[in-house]
Design a protein around this ligand. Structure first.
Ligand SMILES: Cc1cc2nc3c(=O)[nH]c(=O)nc-3n(C[C@H](O)[C@H](O)[C@H](O)COP(=O)(O)O)c2cc1C
Length: 225
C-alpha cells in the first residue's frame, strides 16, 4: 500500500483485536520513530504489551477496547506542529502495514512507568496501533477546498494536497487549517481562526494536515513558505 492509498484507507479505529503485531512490523515502526526523533528532536515512544492506559480510570468508560500497543506522542512544549507532522508519518506507515490507529488526546489514563516525559516536555496524545476490530468510517467532510485554501487558480498538485489534508485526522474533526498558494509554487500552512482556539490541538492538527498535504501534492512540486 502506498502512502497515498494509506491516506484514503485510514480512519480512526477505537476497538482492537487481541492479535499481536508481528516483530517485523514493530521493528519498522520503531525505525521510523527513532529516525524522526533524531531528525526533529521529538520524543515519540512505542509502548508494547501495556493494556492499562486504555483500561483504567476514565478510559474504561470510553469507546476504546483491546488496546495494548500505542505510541506515546511526547515533545518539547512548542514543538506540537512537528510532532503532528512526524507522528502522522508513523500513523500512515502503520496503515500501510495493515495496522489501524487513532490519535487520542483525552480518554486514557497516564502510565508514567511506561514512557518518559522529561521536565521540558509534555505528553500530547497516545496513538493506539494494532489490528482493528473494524476499519473505521470516513469522517464527514464538513469543509470543501474553497473553505480551507486560497490563491486561485489552483494547480492540480495543490488540489491533490488539499484533498489529502481534508482526509487527515484532526481533534473532534475540526479541520482548523488553511493552505495558501503564493507565487505559483510556495505554500503557506497556518491555523484557521477559531473562537475555541482549536481546544489546544490546532498546532498538532496543523502538523498532521501538512504531512497529508505533502504526500498528496508531491514534495517535488512545491516549497513550504
Ligand atoms: C490531536 C487529536 C486528538 C484526538 N483525540 C481524540 C480523543 O480524545 N478521543 C477520540 O475518540 N478521538 C480523538 N481523536 C480522533 C478524531 O476524533 C478523528 O481524527 C476525527 O473525528 C476524524 O476522523 P478520522 O480520524 O476517522 O478521519 C483525536 C484526533 C486528533 C488529531
Amino acid at each position: 500500500m502506498t502512502l497515498q492509498e494509506a491516506i484514503k484507507a485510514r480512519h480512526s479505529v477505537r476497538q482492537y483485536l487481541d492479535k499481536p503485531i508481528e516483530a517485523e512490523k514493530i521493528a519498522q515502526l520503531q525505525a521510523l520513530i527513532d529516525e524522526s526523533n533524531r531528525k526533529a528532536g521529538l520524543h515519540m515512544q512505542l509502548v508494547t504489551n501495556e493494556p492499562k492506559a486504555f483500561a483504567e480510570g476514565m478510559a474504561k468508560y470510553g469507546k476504546f477496547s483491546g488496546i495494548s500497543n500505542y505510541i506515546a506522542m511526547v515533545c518539547k512544549k512548542g514543538d506540537d506542529t512537528a510532532l503532528g507532522y512526524y507522528g502522522e508519518q508513523v500513523v500512515l506507515l502503520a496503515q500501510s502495514l495493515g495496522l489501524n490507529s487513532c490519535w487520542v488526546g483525552l480518554t486514557f489514563s497516564k502510565q508514567p512507568d511506561s514512557y518518559e516525559v522529561r521536565n521540558d516536555e509534555h505528553l500530547v496524545c497516545l496513538v493506539p496501533v494494532g489490528y482493528g476490530a473494524n476499519q473505521g468510517i470516513q469522517h464527514p467532510q464538513k469543509k470543501t477546498i474553497d473553505d480551507v485554501a486560497e490563491g486561485k487558480p489552483f494547480p492540480d498538485w495543490f488540489v491533490r494536497g488539499v484533498e489529502a489534508a481534508l482526509l487527515a485526522p484532526t481533534a473532534v474533526n475540526q479541520q482548523l487549517f488553511r493552505f495558501i498558494l503564493h507565487d505559483g509554487n510556495k505554500v503557506e500552512a497556518k491555523k484557521a481562526f477559531s473562537l475555541t482556539n482549536g481546544l489546544g490541538y490546532a498546532p498538532i492538527d496543523l502538523g498532521i494536515a501538512k504531512c497529508h498535504f505533502e504526500i498528496g501534492a508531491g514534495k517535488e512540486n512545491f516549497e513550504w513558505e
